[in-house]
Design a protein around this ligand. Structure first.
Ligand code: IPE
Ligand code: IPE
Ligand code: MG
Length: 257
């Protein structure tokens, strides 16, 4: 019997629900504020990064629980290579230990792991660990978790143009055939849909060279919460906020209804 579709909801709090049939297909997060969080507590920046990796676990589980299919996290930018050597080393060390620790959670929750960025620039220990986790989780289907590492959107675009140019030079693609989908297929994010919701923590309201092409029509959400304090509840609040927006993609409101 035909009838109104049942809206499946997930209770966020007494007043607000997430509509499970209207989830963002792809959420991307600029995880910012680890350093300030630590400073506020009179601790070293490194302590903030450690705490930040715990927030990652919580948010990944939060996405899996409600059925978000793609989560992309900005963990280390091309510009972050310019930080003090000791901080960069610590971040790389933390990355290896978190990957080793989290592999179990990824498997138990059927999460596929992916990494984007200039991965070859990473220390070989990190690179090898990444490849291991990618290989071990490649058949998982519940959620694709992508870590952006040594990632910069401009670097990605330069790389994309190079790859396409080589194909043009070798007569694999003709220049007339280059369109948006060809560009999409040559980005690091080639198998991912466009970003629907971009979240940045810590009060900063900028993009910092993250997914410039892929966020063309994303909804932007900024929160003052520092990344180590960001919880599943904060994530769900961002989704509730997203679900209240009208995404018009250039059309008029009337055309949508
Ligand atoms: C985000 O926190 C983590 C990385 C960029 C690696 P920050 O380290 O940028 O923390 P703040 O912005 O200095 O507080
Ligand atoms: C962006 O944060 C990069 C990551 C979160 C990995 P930053 O803290 O490096 O960005 P800026 O310097 O404030 O733009
Ligand atoms: Mg920062």
């Amino acid at each position: 019997m035909a009838g109104n579709p049942v809206t499946v909801i997930f209770k966020v709090n007494k007043k607000e629900d997430i509509h499970i049939d209207h989830l963002p297909e792809h959420i991307a997060i600029i995880m910012d504020g680890n350093g300030r969080w630590a400073k506020q507590k009179g601790k070293l920046r490194v302590f903030g990064h450690e705490k930040g990796s715990k927030a990652v676990t919580e948010v990944v589980k939060g996405c899996a629980e409600i059925g978000v299919k793609n989560l992309t996290l900005y963990a280390f930018s091309t510009e972050n290579w310019n930080r003090p050597k000791l901080e960069v080393q610590t971040l790389m060390r933390l990355l290896v230990s978190s990957l080793r620790k989290e592999i179990k959670t990824l498997q138990e929750n059927n999460i596929k792991f992916n990494a984007i960025g200039n991965l070859k620039a990473l220390p070989s220990k990190v690179y090898n660990e990444l490849m291991d986790v990618i290989e071990n989780t490649k058949d998982n289907t519940r959620l694709t978790l992508t870590l952006a590492l040594s990632y910069g959107s401009r670097e990605e675009l330069v790389n994309t143009i190079k790859q396409i140019s080589i194909k043009v030079k070798n007569n694999i693609i003709s220049p007339e055939k280059i369109d948006e989908s060809v560009i999409n297929q040559h980005l690091y994010t080639q198998n991912l849909p466009d970003v629907d919701l971009l979240i940045r923590t810590s009060g900063e309201q900028r993009i910092s060279n993250f997914l410039l092409w892929q966020i063309a029509y994303a909804e932007l959400y900024f929160t003052n919460v520092y990344w180590p304090d960001f919880t599943k509840q904060h994530l769900y609040e961002a989704i509730v906020n997203y679900q209240k927006r009208e995404r018009r993609f250039g059309k008029t409101s009337e055309q949508l209804s």
